[in-house]
Design a protein around this ligand. Sequence first.
Ligand SMILES: *Cc1c(COP(=O)(O)O)cnc(C)c1O
Length: 231
Amino acid sequence: MKSLCDKLQTIGDGILSDTKVAYRQANSVQLLAVSKHHPAAMIQAAYGCGQRAFGENYVQEMQYKVEALQDLAIEWHFIGALQSNKTRFIAEQAMWLHTLDRLKIAQRLSQQRPDHLPPLSVCLQVNISEESSKSGVFPEEITALAKEVVKLPRLRLRGLMVIPKPQTDINQQRATFAKVRQLQEQLNQQLPTDQALDTLSMGMSGDCSAAIAEGATLVRIGTAIFGKRVL
Ligand SMILES: *Cc1c(COP(=O)(O)O)cnc(C)c1O
């Protein structure tokens, strides 16, 4: 069986090769290791391989991991649905929130972000296939929300995030990601240049190559690193 470090290495190599195929710069795509439903010891092991950025989906689960791993210089990303009564923990412990979809949450996070930390990096989650059951902001509502979020002093709007509905055909995957990239380009034309968005958080274990081909700057990989979720 491949060791965890070997898997991380293989995934890193795959990201690099997808990046080259797309004529993009090496190091233009960051790997976020999605550790939800895996024990803190797995994170520690991946940290030992050099991985620093980890993504969690559930506040309670992240709380116990932050506590257990407080001696490590981990960059925590929150990528799950965030309720307004849980914003304080994220404001205090996370470097990134990928799933912002409401101004009220953004305002709370900005108020609660401690002064000794840099502004919290945030992405707006887009509901690109406009399925009413899914979370995220509809494309036509993105600009209005972005214009409010950039005014908040303790947040830094970095870009857009998407969780598309699962598709196996790579061309369909690419078409969806391309829509998100175009939305980001439109948004950048409306924001002041010093607030230009630099992040596209898209691509998971099953559609990471398509996402990189369409401009992803951060891929969120769980299963391909850690295997089946256990907790
Ligand atoms: C679980 C999860 C991932 C990782 O998915 P895998 O298919 O295991 O790579 C990425 N992003 C979000 C938002 C997730 O919830």
